[in-house]
Design a protein around this ligand. Sequence first.
Ligand SMILES: [Fe+2]
Ligand SMILES: [Fe+2]
Length: 390
Amino acid sequence: MKTETSPMASQPDSAESETESRINAPVNRRSFLRNSAVAGAGAVGAGLLATAPKALSEESHGHLTRGDAALLRFAAAAEILETDFWVQYNELAGIQDDEVPGGSGNSAYATALADIDDDMPHYIHDNTDDEFTHQNFLNAYLMSKGAAPVSLEQFRTLPGSTATGSSGKPRLTNLMKLTLDTSWYTRYRSDEHNPDLDPNFAFPQAVPDLAKGQHTAIPRTDADTSDPNFLQAIVNTALWHFPTIEQGGSSLYPSMAQRATSVEVLRILISIGPTETMHFQTWSDLAGDAVPLTAVDPVSGVSVTFPDLNSAPFGGELFETGLIMPEPCPFLSRKLPRCSIIRPTQTKGVAMGALKFLTSMGLFNGQSSAFFHLMAELAEQADAAVRGGM
Ligand SMILES: [Fe+2]
Ligand SMILES: [Fe+2]
């Protein structure tokens, strides 16, 4: 969840500059309390559906605390965003069916991904399907408790890929200008450092070039599939984007769960979270299969090198691609024995940290200031949730 790289490697537009300041600003507790006091089960911001359908609220058993609702609402928003970009991958390289409709496949891109692993179309499809169900379940659960669900549909405005296979529908997220922090790779291989105990330690990047400049993880147009070397660089970027996202989810859920009040909300968070980790583990294995190469983006001129992680100056405990199980590391206290764990999991400010992580990645490149405003509000409210609160 932490990023050691510069959040905005290229010039951010004004909406993103505003977000950065909003995300970095301390929570305005008084305004939050005032807003949430009137919010209750109703809307807490633009983009939230005002009321739950009557039939669902009649099935409500008990009510959610304000904090529990805020934790689930932030998770729902994150899942909606996850669903949106996984759909883009599925349209081009997954399996388009009733579970995950849309798009018709891009054979050049899909073939290059399937060359990494025959099961790639299934993995992409099933990851996408999982995100749909996370999003749908969280919103349905909120409504079943008479609490406001989340909708981001008004922000579905970004143009996506125009390459063959794309549905061409407007998107919430942008996969074409990514800046990826791949330091999770060495974070999970380090037996000395845990970001919760060493917040200032900079874990080395696995692919240093992805942490600077902007890189596309999907073919933007059919022209992007004409040069096999550049197409492989796009595939490599996707292979690193998949686990980079899913490790974030792996930390987000256990971090938020520590402030859940209802046991059922706790159960939801600790039951969804490990599926993010199942995704992460699968993708972290496949990232090691990215093909070492150097390519220059013909549109932006940005150069990217994917190193051979098994050879000097890489290699060894921190980089060998076969070492995909988490290395035990210090946990809670250095006086206790090392433990193999998800990290980080400290709970303070985790939602805003997650939002900052996704924003720094460039996933919201082109989004409006209203989008960032709503997301920051949802994060602030989730971070204000208190275990045992009202
Ligand atoms: Fe998810
Ligand atoms: Fe996920």
